[in-house]
Ligand binder design. Sequence first.
Ligand SMILES: [Zn+2]
Ligand SMILES: [Zn+2]
Length: 79
Amino acid sequence: MTIGLLKGANKPGHKGWTTEKCIMCATTLDFFHGYELKNIYYCPKCLSNGIKAYFCAADARKVHYKCPYCKSDLKPYYE
Ligand SMILES: [Zn+2]
Ligand SMILES: [Zn+2]
């Protein structure tokens, strides 16, 4: 039974955030690596197409907050 462990790793109140990686540099985006949700950006269009288009703050700035794949505006994960 590992359900208890899984629950502990994913606390309620954070919109069910699971660990994701920056699609550009593969940095792990989560609290345990010093990332706060407000520093994480995502592309809603790519996500709706099943692409895990999450970006770290540095890469989001690098692409001028536009998705390099579909040219949509990136959105901060947590506003
Ligand atoms: Zn990155
Ligand atoms: Zn996109």
